[in-house]
Design a protein around this ligand. Structure first.
Ligand SMILES: Cc1cc2nc3c(=O)[nH]c(=O)nc-3n(C[C@H](O)[C@H](O)[C@H](O)COP(=O)(O)OP(=O)(O)OC[C@H]3O[C@@H](n4cnc5c(N)ncnc54)[C@H](O)[C@@H]3O)c2cc1C
Length: 414
């Protein structure tokens, strides 16, 4: 029987455990946090997005980023600081922000997103647990002509990749959403979906426990012992642990650990925030993205969750009220009927998206025969959890890969 130790209990770690467990592997998950502590996989917008095919590194982002860099309330913000890793990351990001990179990555990003959504359908259908999985699509809402033109251009490219998409007038948007909105129009991706990440994570953990997966909390991995091209032991704050196979699913914290595995995995944490507003019975019907403000809006029952901003500011989870206020300020531009006084910035949730400089995740084998890496999913980690877990499981259990993911190799910067 394969024995696998997974470092990290985010969505990537849990989904990997799910598929390994199905293949009969004996799995233990370690996390530096305690069981109730949150990571980036709880509190996010819960959008499952086969429509997303553009990596974070794309033309225009750098130009906007440079302008936004001077403005800490902008949607994408890089805090200027003299740090070698950050400078190298920004340089790599700049190099990848080309039309050619977007073109080359688009099909793969769409394919893994589409397969991952199918796997969510399977998990939902298996009936072990329910996680408020709904297939209502995703609406990109805009209230300026410029954003409308940009969205229609993206929609055109999406169509060429085989993604279903419809352009909607403002009238049609209001008819579908059934609440007052100030928009000029929308672009609708009917094949997207949503889930409640808080519910998914909690129930997935309980399911895994019931299937015999072990959890070790408050266990921070600080190094490894390598012999004969294998990681034999991991060093933790609770002592050394012997390992057979090792999965690194440590999200934004991966770069340092990767060094002890002789790997260069450039990851910067992209801090974002979310908060819920109770809407009563009159809630949005279809989850949406407010295009100009880059805010995701997801209805969960009577609550509406707003999630946004990307701050490359290091690994601190400290909340910055100015950035939360920037989300609060943008909302009334689209939702005239929402009372923003109800939002208390101190109650907002903060999470660190693990961002790679080329906007592609790292999924695959490490340098040693028994190490496997899965991180760098940035804004798509919730969407890509199941396919990442399945692809790693196929590698670890020597099965045929569902998809060629050579481009996602964790060795590509080493
Ligand atoms: C505001 C916001 C909205 C988002 N909305 C969406 C969305 O709608 N759809 C979508 O697909 N994605 C979304 N995302 C992105 C998604 O949340 C992330 O990509 C995903 O959660 C990353 O999962 P992960 O498992 O890689 O990392 P994490 O969830 O951060 O888990 C990593 C775990 O590793 C542990 N760890 C790290 N280092 C060590 C160590 N040395 N020893 C032990 N344990 C360690 C950490 O404690 C942590 O629990 C959003 C993110 C944010 C911030």
């Amino acid at each position: 029987m394969k024995e696998v130790t997974i470092i990290g209990s985010g969505v990537i770690g849990l989904c990997t455990a799910y598929y390994l467990n199905q293949q009969g592997a004996s799995v233990t998950i370690l996390d530096q946090n305690n069981a109730e502590d949150e990571n980036c996989s709880v509190g996010n917008a819960g959008l499952i997005v086969p429509s997303h095919f553009i990596p974070l590194a794309a033309p225009g982002v750098i130009t906007k980023g440079l302008k936004w860099m001077l403005n800490p309330t902008s949607p994408f913000y890089i805090k200027p600081r003299f740090n070698k890793d950050l400078i190298q990351w920004v340089w790599q990001f700049y190099k990848h922000s080309t039309a050619e990179h977007v073109f080359k990555s688009g099909q793969l990003l769409h394919d893994i997103n589409r397969l991952s959504k199918e796997l969510y359908e399977e998990i939902d259908g298996a009936g072990h647990f329910k996680f408020e999985f709904e297939r209502n699509g995703l609406m990109m809402l805009y209230n300026t002509e410029k954003a409308g033109e940009e969205e229609l251009e993206i929609a055109h490219k999406a169509k060429s990749l085989g993604i279903k998409v419809e352009s909607l007038t403002a009238h049609k948007v209001l008819e579908i959403q059934e609440i007052p909105l100030n928009v000029k129009g929308g672009v609708y991706y009917p094949d997207d979906a949503q889930l409640n990440p808080n519910v998914f994570m909690k129930k997935m953990k309980a399911h895994l426990k019931s299937k015999g997966v072990g959890f070790k909390w408050n266990t921070k991995v600080i190094g490894v012992v390598e012999e004969k091209n294998k990681i034999q032991k991991i060093k933790t704050n609770q002592g050394d642990l012997k390992v057979d196979n090792l999965v690194i699913a440590t999200g934004s914290w991966t770069s340092e650990l990767a060094t002890s595995l002789r790997l260069k995995i450039p990851i910067q944490a992209g801090k974002g925030y979310s908060f819920n507003i109770n809407q009563g019975k009159e809630n949005l019907k279809v989850p949406s993205v407010l295009c100009e403000a880059k805010i995701a809006v997801t209805p969960f029952g009577q609550d509406l969750r707003f999630a946004g901003t990307m701050g490359i500011q290091g690994l601190s989870l400290k909340k910055n009220n100015r950035r939360i206020d920037s989300i609060k300020k943008a909302i009334p531009k689209y939702f005239s009927s929402i009372n923003m006084d109800a939002v208390n910035a101190s109650e907002a949730w903060a999470g660190l998206r693990p961002c790679s400089p080329d906007g592609l995740p790292f999924i695959g084998k490490g340098k040693q025969d028994n190490t496997f890496i899965a991180t760098g999913h940035a804004m798509m980690g919730m969407s890509l959890g199941p396919i990442t877990g399945k692809l790693l499981t196929e590698m670890i259990t020597d099965q045929k890969q569902s998809l060629n993911i050579d481009k996602l190799s964790p060795l590509r910067y080493s």
